[in-house]
Design a protein around this ligand. Structure first.
Ligand code: BGC
Length: 421
């Protein structure tokens, strides 16, 4: 280690405080391995900002991107590596899995940086709750994504004289009209999580936050077995009949490209789509508009990206502190989230310079938090255990694809999913 870097570490840490190093260190950077699932244009652009910020602080990243939106494949690889005793040093994680990894003793505690940087006062409440285990921080809160977005190619809609749909029935009607004109309505790939996310949008939009919580998070049999669920499933079937013939094995970001090109009219997905639209220089919202997915009560479905440091010889105390300090700074979170299309996990960051879709998302998030309409995504790993999440998504996927599956079968299968940790 060259003298400058060593000097900085000694000075910065001797007071128990970590100071981000804005000058490029003169020593060879320390290398750590980073596992994540950011492989689309916008995601790569955002990840490069992580790399740059850490390099500035004297840490270089050995990048391990695992393709597969939603992170299912990345999480399987993480489990396999952890079992083999060779987990990566730093990992993109979401929701309750942070607590599970912490409970197993894998995660580095970040309590000192959290105290020094006053995370308690500066993080959004949801970021505080998600990133702690037994009241101690074990992950770095990065981004809040809104999942109930409807991205629309305005030109296509205008071409056929169609208004922006404000209800799910109006959306189905618009889909039918587009199909009659030979236009594929929805950018949707055959991945299970893409289909399950569409259902989540429909269930929340049609039933509202209270219904959604009780039916799909608490699995209350009476709420699950209600007319509302039947009405939702009826609409889900109608959508599946309209969009299935045009579906392929495309990734979500390939879908976004088709949306930009006017080959699809809509995409219903999280605001990582915005990251890709921006990286592709699409005009947002003039050409590609963002509207909340139809909803009876305005609301906000969220997931959250966090980074967790796994215990390893490379993630010693000082490296962990430098990494968490750098990646939780307001400057980094602002630059990163503007590119990622998401909202910063801190509450003390102004959104000047952000796209208007993000600015609207923040307003909607604040309203939803006050009115009890802000809810965690089941499909994107925020609300239930990974086992319950997989089982729920798999039943949704089956229902979408299998016309012979009746609503009562779906409801019964969901009722039988154990909700435990
Ligand atoms: C992550 C996003 C990511 C998206 C698509 C979500 O699970 O939270 O950061 O962009 O998957 O890959």
């Amino acid at each position: 280690m060259k003298p400058f870097f060593l000097f900085c570490l000694l000075i910065c840490f001797s007071s128990g405080k970590v100071t981000a190093n804005n000058n490029a260190p003169t020593s060879a950077p320390k290398e750590i391995e980073f596992l994540h699932w950011w492989t689309s244009k916008g995601e790569v652009a955002a990840f490069n900002l992580v790399k740059d910020a850490l390099l500035q602080a004297g840490v270089s990243l050995l990048d391990q991107p695992i393709p597969g939106g939603g992170g299912d494949t990345a999480m399987s690889i993480l489990q396999a590596r952890a079992i083999a005793g060779t987990p990566p040093d730093i990992v993109q994680l979401e929701g309750p899995s942070i607590q599970s990894w912490a409970a197993l003793g894998f995660l580095h505690e970040l309590e000192q940086v959290a105290k020094d940087e006053n995370w308690h006062d500066n993080l959004l409440p949801v970021a505080q709750q998600v990133n702690q285990y037994q009241q101690r921080y074990v992950a770095i809160p990065i981004a809040i994504h809104r999942l109930n977005w409807m991205w629309i190619n305005q030109k296509v809609l205008r071409q056929y004289g169609l208004a922006v749909p404000e209800s799910w029935d109006a959306l189905i009607d618009v889909f039918e009209r587009l199909k009659k004109n030979g236009v594929e309505p929805l950018a949707l790939g055959k991945d299970q999580w893409q289909v399950a996310l569409l259902f989540e949008n429909l269930a929340f939009g049609y039933g509202g936050a209270d219904y959604y919580q009780r039916a799909f998070i608490q699995m209350d049999p009476a709420v699950l077995n209600s007319d509302t669920t039947h009405e939702i499933l009826h609409r889900f079937r109608a959508i599946s009949r309209l969009v299935k013939p045009g579906m392929s094995h495309m990734r979500w970001d390939e879908g976004t490209q088709l949306l930009i090109e006017g080959e699809r009219a809509f995409q219903i997905s999280g605001d990582w789509v915005l990251g890709d639209l921006l990286a592709s220089h699409a005009k947002v919202p003039t050409d590609i508009a963002c509207y909340p997915a139809p909803s009876r009560h305005p609301g906000f479905i969220y997931n959250m990206d966090s980074f967790a440091l796994f215990n390893s010889p490379r993630t010693d105390e000082m490296t962990a502190a430098v990494v968490s300090k750098t990646l939780s700074s307001p400057e980094f979170l602002k630059t990163f989230n503007r590119v990622k299309g998401a909202l910063p996990a801190r509450s003390d960051i102004k959104l000047n310079g952000f796209n208007s879709c993000s600015i609207n998302a923040k307003k909607d998030m604040e309203t939803a938090a006050k009115t009890g309409q802000m809810i965690p995504s089941i499909v994107d790993s925020m609300a239930v255990s990974p086992i319950a999440q997989q089982a729920t998504s798999s039943e949704i996927y089956r229902y979408f694809n299998d016309e012979t599956m009746k609503p009562d079968d779906f409801i019964l299968h969901l009722q039988n999913i154990p909700r435990g940790e």
